[in-house]
Ligand binder design. Sequence first.
Ligand SMILES: O=C(O)C1=C[C@@H](OP(=O)(O)O)[C@@H](O)[C@H](O)C1
Ligand SMILES: C=C(OP(=O)(O)O)C(=O)O
Length: 458
Amino acid sequence: MTGIPAQSALWPAPTAARPVDATVTVPGSKSVTNRGLVLAALASEPGWLRRPLRSRDTLLMAEALRAMGVQIDTVPNNSSGSGEGARGGGDAWRIIPAGLRGPAAVDVGNAGTVMRFLPPVAALAEGPVRFDGDPRSHERPLHGVIDALRALGARIDDAGRGALPLTVHGTGSLEGGTVEIDASSSSQFVSALLLSGPRFNQGVEVRHVGGSLPSLPHIRMTVEMLRAAGAKVDAPEDGGEPDVWRVTPGALLGRDLTVEPDLSNAAPFLAAALVTGGRVTVRDWPAHTTQPGDALREIFTRMGGSCELTEDGLTFTGTGRVHGITADLHEVGELTPVIAAVAALADSPSELSGIAHLRLHETDRLAALAKELGGLGCGVTETSDGLRIEPRPLHGGVFRTYEDHRLATAAAVVGLVVEGVQVENVATTAKTLPEFPELWTGLVDPGAAGPGTSGRRG
Ligand SMILES: O=C(O)C1=C[C@@H](OP(=O)(O)O)[C@@H](O)[C@H](O)C1
Ligand SMILES: C=C(OP(=O)(O)O)C(=O)O
């Protein structure tokens, strides 16, 4: 990939000489793209995904579905289709479902969505499907999906690990029915079972038992996207039983879906306006969305800025002052690294809670943020379920990223206002935003802006 340093290289994070003032096009949502791919692959007719995210996580998803027999073609986004979905340039994906089959090998990389959403799909395939991925994927929780699939009738060989690597021995169908799981370590267990649920003989009823479920907006996203594909879903927010979801068996429609921008990946760009006292517009911010990133409007406003949603997108304006925040991020955990970076630059301490499950994300995010923000001079303490951040004057230094895209973008936010921050392996942003280094450079230096970022100054 052009412009992205080699893995071990240090990337000097650009410092903003003045408040940033730019408009950014953030690529599509990882969570919407990967749900869209799975639902399209399980549908009874072809479908379209427009403006899909093309990043490591979504390309791995597409490759895995292809390995199981699904046809996914890349076509220019104006070649066919109609209505709202046909808008916009770039490429689209045309997904043509087929009888799912093994033998197949799936590389999950370190994508939670691939390692959790696809074993239920593989249970519907005819033949064995082998799953493996990065070393970290072996440590991330998967027991909820494995145990549930076994209870619903699947045969899985995981050598007793309860984790990757494993083989799902699909038989072409799955009985389904009611299952209890503890999804307190990842909402993706619930989403995984619901997404394939319409194709199980009896559908599925998922009953969460155990500690509080994280990332509820992501489960709502699953429910909304299932319904948009024609599935009948009963969910707690419609007056149903708490922590119980029911999906009725039935055919899924092929959709023509335009993917929203990734609002979690918008976080560092909005943060740039906040910490430099500047202004950033993120184009195409959806008026209605289930993405957790929509909560940034409220969170960053509390931290000192203001925002306006117009037809152009979301414009966030900083004042030059950043305040600490006390926030329970249980529902929006993936926003934590950038919020922590902003908190390290605030004029008062912050307390971030409800995010113990981040210890099992791409890396142990609580330990990594404490160590790396601490290494630049910030006071950071890990609590039982979060971080206490006490801002102090920061200095430059190497910021390690532990193969975690969100650690890299968090480091870049600090680097805007602290000279000498060097980000190790910024290329790790390819997990969800391969264009990050170019977009970020365009933000700070509009003269160097590529197609995704444009400066507003003359
Ligand atoms: O379903 C999804 O698309 C996601 C759910 C969340 O996972 P957890 O519930 O494991 O935190 C989130 O952190 C992840 O980035 C994406
Ligand atoms: C937790 C994340 O990813 P994954 O889908 O791999 O769980 C994330 O993107 O912040």
